[in-house]
Design a protein around this ligand. Structure first.
Ligand code: FES
Length: 187
């Protein structure tokens, strides 16, 4: 009787022990799996930009509607991009200036060869990030005919180069290419 009770008691303890160990292992295993999953998800997620982000990573722009002398603003990756259809006078002015610039850059290095009438620049003032004016017919374009930043008075020329005011650098030129004679792809 005592033997059988002891045997039963041993069996019972042994059984519980195994069950508890297995349970703990299972819980630990599940925790590790959840942990690994939780770690992996943001990594995988960040490597797969959503469709709308991908759609905005490059944009195509039809230049035909932009009249000579007109400038427009489009958006690319959340930033304003200015596209100016430059007149022959504006091109001549931009090409004539090669020295005395705060951020030296030749006009030919800021436009595409053979497409000098088109200037494409990021419309963010390099001083503190305001969006300069100069695209609407009623806007001031500043003394140099490009864009004027009303925040602290920086002025840009018809090549988007800073010519006056606190801005330290020219308006940036985004990566872009002509996909047809009258269409560009930005980005
Ligand atoms: S942000 Fe343009 S001049 Fe200050």
């Amino acid at each position: 009787m005592a033997e059988s009770m002891t045997a039963t008691a041993h069996g019972s303890h042994g059984g519980d022990g195994v069950t508890k160990r297995d349970f703990l292992k299972l819980v630990a295993g599940a925790g590790a799996a959840v942990g690994a999953g939780a770690m992996a998800w943001p990594l995988i997620d960040s490597m797969n930009p959503s469709k709308d982000v991908l759609a905005l990573s490059s944009i195509e722009l039809d230049l035909k509607p932009i009249a000579l002398g007109q400038g427009i603003t489009t958006m690319w990756r959340g930033k304003p991009v200015f596209v100016r259809h430059r007149t022959p006078e504006e091109i001549k002015e931009a090409q004539a200036v090669v020295s005395g610039l705060a951020d030296p850059a030749a006009d030919k290095d800021r436009v595409k060869a053979g497409k000098e009438e088109w200037l494409v620049v990021i419309g963010i003032c390099t001083h503190l990030g305001c969006v300069p004016v100069g695209n609407k017919p009623t806007d001031q374009r500043g003394e140099y005919g490009g864009w004027f930043c009303p925040c602290h008075g920086s002025q840009y020329d018809t090549s988007g180069r800073v010519r006056h005011g606190p801005a330290p650098a020219n308006l940036g030129v985004p990566p872009y290419a002509f996909v047809t004679d009258t269409k560009i792809k930005i980005g």
